[in-house]
Design a protein around this ligand. Structure first.
Ligand SMILES: Nc1ncnc2c1ncn2[C@@H]1O[C@H](COP(=O)(O)OP(=O)(O)OP(=O)(O)O)[C@@H](O)[C@H]1O
Ligand SMILES: [Mg+2]
Length: 244
């Protein structure tokens, strides 16, 4: 069965003032895609995700999500931003943070169903035992899982993650990749970690002002146990040419 397009980006341009950050971006994301976005610092990856979320408005071009404007599609997208400024002294616990994913405008109380959904996400992220803990009592990897659980509590159809494994040790990164792999959603993950290419993504977009897409990623190539071998990467890249 042919996969349905869920996100369509057409001839997208974006500038901060006179600084052009993205140009001529075209991309169609299909249902169930797991897309890695890679590229250099300042290449425009975070800016691109913010455009998908409607947090920024294109200078030119169009984005539709499920055939709707990004504004109307917002509730369908779970998001884990690159930087979160947590007030570590916040008195709320992990469960309260995950429940925030159930917040909608004008909602005053969480229902029994909201609490059940939040709990189910904690279980999915295997952190139900941390439910009562405060955010400052958690490791970086545990904190990322809490934020993932919060993004999932929204029950989104698309998940956008901006550097979810930055500042987590390799073992913790592997845990997060394994959890993500199992989520039956359309996923877009921004990462500097080349390991992400071996963690079940089916397409890779390289963004450095423009976007180049690498299709049909060969997931049979595995990294050596314990460390990443640059030769494997070189051989892998050699077999893929850039296409816009
Ligand atoms: N709020 C802003 N105002 C002005 N310029 C910005 C703003 N945010 C980002 N930029 C600039 O836009 C460009 C793209 O930034 P962006 O954060 O999208 O890059 P990135 O690919 O996510 O980089 P990184 O890998 O470091 O996270 C950079 O040159 C950056 O300095
Ligand atoms: Mg970024």
């Amino acid at each position: 069965m042919k996969k349905q397009p869920v996100i369509r980006v057409r001839d997208l341009y974006f500038s901060y003032g006179s600084h052009e950050v993205l140009k001529e971006i075209n991309l169609t994301v299909y249902e169930g895609d797991y897309i890695a976005i890679i590229g250099p610092n300042g290449g425009g990856k975070t800016t691109f995700t913010k455009l998908l979320l409607g947090l920024l408005t294109p200078t030119k071009g169009e984005i539709t999500i499920f055939g709707k404007s990004v504004f109307d599609a917002r509730k369908e997208i779970g998001y884990l931003p690159q930087y979160i400024n947590f007030n570590m002294d916040m008195p709320i616990n992990v469960f309260d943070i995950v429940l925030q994913g159930r917040l909608t405008p004008n909602k005053l109380f969480y229902s029994h169903e909201d609490k059940q959904i939040a709990l189910a996400q904690l279980e999915k992220m295997r952190i139900e035992d941390l439910k009562e803990r405060k955010i400052k009592e958690l490791s970086g990897g545990q904190r990322q899982r809490v934020l993932l659980a919060r993004a999932l509590a929204k029950q989104p159809r698309i998940l956008i993650l901006d550097e979810p494994t930055a500042s987590i040790d390799p073992e913790g990164q592997k845990d997060i990749y394994d959890l993500l792999k199992k989520l039956p959603l359309t996923k877009i993950i921004v990462s500097h970690d080349i390991q992400v290419l071996f963690e079940g993504v089916n397409r890779v977009a390289h963004i450095n002002k423009t976007l180049y897409l690498h299709e049909d990623i060969d997931t049979s190539i595995k990294r050596n146990e314990g460390h990443f071998c640059e030769m494997e990467l070189l051989n892998y890249i050699k077999s893929h040419s850039c296409s816009s």
